[in-house]
Ligand binder design. Structure first.
Ligand code: M6R
Length: 616
């Protein structure tokens, strides 16, 4: 939520900020704005409601004086609607100081009251403007921008990343963070700040993590990081593992289309270096060594949205292979219901961004209760891995489209690796069984490439359904999370009613929704598995067909039993049952993309959403 970028250096700050914002726009696109200290030492801001393009056009039509110091913001609205007035930056000290903010200031109302009584006036409905006014006052008193930031954050409650600049201090940007992301980019005679490394990866691949409750001051030749009391803190530099081209569309019509095409690579890269001669190798588990893993009596997987559905698949795999009780829970529900966890519980958090506030808070809570913590995350240097004892990075590469696709298959792959590792440590699968599952996993990228080819006609199918108002998704066992994921994608991209059900639950209520013409996707399990639920799912299909449903089956290639009962069959390659979800989910990702495209919607930036949900 909200993208933040800051720059000091010899180059045009407007250019650097706008390039950064274009890579951060996925974080929020209700408005965009910049503030720059011009070469004449005056601060100028320009901000507009709407997508970044509106600001770009405006700056082209009527440029502002450029300079070498600036901050930029792209907003996902929380306090106050998406208007020009509520857009960031906000101003303090009679327009000489500019501030941008990501997060929520929980005590803003009482602070605002205090400022109003003291004669201050406000031009927006945001919590952020309160902080801008406070920072302006603190700067007037101290004449020191870093001290001003220190005084302000001491009074704030909630979650925030803040950046400030003041026209008296060209060549200086001061940032602060609490429970909200901020990273430093180290350049040569220039430095950067960003909500994530995408903000500056085009200019430098050297990054530094900023810890919780820390303040950073960047100048062209220096970076100083302190805690909120002003004590210097040690920082860790790392190299960004991908380059700018990885976060560009590269000729694709949308990021989402590009990212779906990268699903085979996301699985292959997540496996790379982690399997060797039939064994799973996870040295990054570090302190979560074999003794700790053997002592566990329970695993709780937490996440939100698509990450939670990946987690559901983890419960089937880990429980079945490692014979340990596994539950999955939405992070925000887990955190606030006083769950029973202790040092023999492993809490596995899943997050593409590593910044989802609900999950971050749940991880902190779990640690506080003494549970062991592992994160499965796609974003290096992000907050959730830093709060966890160990991290398994999914190497899916940057995911820019708001809808999560390649991150999902990478998360499921990481969970499967974890499950097989646990089974090995706990002796619940034989070496041969583990090797067989590893071989299944290694074959998935090639099969995914086949699924992409076989899904070429889904665009046409979706085109016929552009006016559809409701789509249902059914699956059993490991097909159930796939059904939920298919429904979520359709809701968020095509804005139509979509629901996923466990097929066995149908007759307990949802079947009443079926009326002639209702489109139902059914994830059909393999008929080759002796324990397969295949006959039961085929019966479910018959039940809904008898009531007029139009059935689109996602079924194993050559599954003749399903053909007579489905209106359309999307074939997927043969795989062992536990691994089928990795293949079955891709046609659903494509269907959501194509239906939204057929409706003329923006698939990368669906309405009301943001990629990284950094507020609770
Ligand atoms: O970054 P995270 O994986 O923690 O994000 C979790 C959810 O917000 C995310 O998966 C969301 O549901 C997606 N927009 C779904 O496509």
């Amino acid at each position: 939520m909200c993208g933040i970028v800051g720059y000091v250096g010899p180059n045009s700050s407007i250019d650097v900020l706008l390039r950064g914002l274009s890579r951060l726009e996925y974080r929020g696109y209700d408005s965009a704005g910049v503030a720059v200290i011009g070469t004449d030492a005056h601060l100028r801001t320009r901000k507009h409601a709407g997508k970044l393009k509106v600001l770009l056009d405006e700056l082209k039509a009527s440029p502002i004086q450029d300079g070498q110091t600036g901050i930029g913001h792209t907003r996902w609205a929380t306090h106050g609607g998406p208007t020009d007035g509520n857009a960031h930056p906000h101003l303090g000290d009679a327009g000489k100081l500019a501030l941008i903010h990501n997060g929520i200031i929980e005590n803003f109302a009482s602070l605002k009251e205090e400022l109003l009584l003291d004669g201050e006036t406000f031009t927006s409905e945001t919590d952020s403007e309160v902080v801008a006014i406070m920072a302006g006052r603190a700067y007037r008193e101290t004449g020191d921008l870093t001290r001003a930031m220190r005084e302000v954050v001491a009074r704030l409650e909630g979650a925030f990343t803040l950046l400030i600049v003041h026209e008296d201090r060209p060549g200086e940007v001061v940032g602060a963070r609490r429970n909200s992301p901020l990273v430093i980019g180290l350049g040569d005679g220039e430095n950067f700040l960003g909500s994530d490394v995408a903000a500056f990866v085009e200019f430098t691949r050297r990054a530094v993590e900023i810890g919780q409750d820390q303040i950073v001051t960047i100048r062209p030749d220096s970076v100083e990081v302190t805690d909120f009391d002003g004590n210097p803190v040690e920082t860790r530099e790392y190299e960004i593992a991908w380059d700018a081209s990885a976060s560009e569309k590269g000729g694709w019509s949308s990021f989402m289309r590009k990212e779906i095409s990268e699903e085979p690579d996301a699985v292959a890269n997540t496996l790379r270096g982690r399997v060797h001669e039939g064994e799973v190798l996870l040295p990054e588990l570090g302190v979560l060594d074999d003794a700790v893993l053997a002592s566990l009596d329970r695993i709780v997987i937490i996440g939100c949205g698509t990450a939670a559905y990946a987690g559901m698949l983890g419960t089937y795999a880990i429980e079945s292979w490692a014979r340990i009780p596994v539950e999955v829970e939405l992070s925000h529900e887990f955190r606030y219901r006083n769950p029973v966890i202790n040092e023999r519980t492993l809490v596995v958090s899943i997050s593409q961004s590593g910044e989802t506030m609900d999950t971050l808070m749940a991880v902190k809570y779990a640690r506080g209760e003494g549970a062991r913590t592992l994160s499965i995350c796609n974003t290096q240097g992000s907050s959730i891995p830093r709060e966890s004892e160990a991290v398994l990075y999914t190497h899916a590469g940057p995911e820019v489209a708001v809808a999560s696709t390649k991150a999902f298959v990478a998360q499921v792959t990481a969970l499967y690796l974890l499950g097989l590792h646990l089974a090995s440590v706990r002796g619940t699968l034989s070496a041969d069984e583990i090797t067989a599952s590893i071989n299944e996993l290694l074959a998935i990228p090639g099969k995914l490439a086949d699924v992409l080819i076989a899904s070429a006609d889904i665009g046409q199918l979706a085109g016929w359904m552009a006016d559809t108002r409701s789509v249902l998704f059914l699956g059993r066992n490991v097909g159930f999370p796939v059904a939920l994921e298919g429904a979520l994608k359709l809701k968020e991209l095509a804005y139509i009613h979509a629901e996923g059900f466990a097929a066995g639950e149908l007759k307990h209520g949802p079947i009443a929704l079926i009326e002639p013409g209702q489109i139902v996707f059914v994830i059909v399990p393999s008929p080759r598995d002796p324990n397969s639920l295949h006959p039961k799912v085929v019966s479910n299909i018959q039940e809904i067909r008898a009531r007029g449903a139009r059935v689109i089956a996602i079924a194993e290639k050559g599954d003749a039993a399903v053909l007579p009962f489905a209106d359309e069959v999307i074939p997927i390659p043969l795989a062992a049952p536990m691994f089928e979800p990795l293949l079955a989910v891709v046609p659903l990702h494509i269907f959501a993309l194509e239906l939204a495209t057929a409706k003329g919607l923006d698939v990368d930036q669906p309405r009301n959403l943001a990629k990284s949900v950094t507020v609770e």
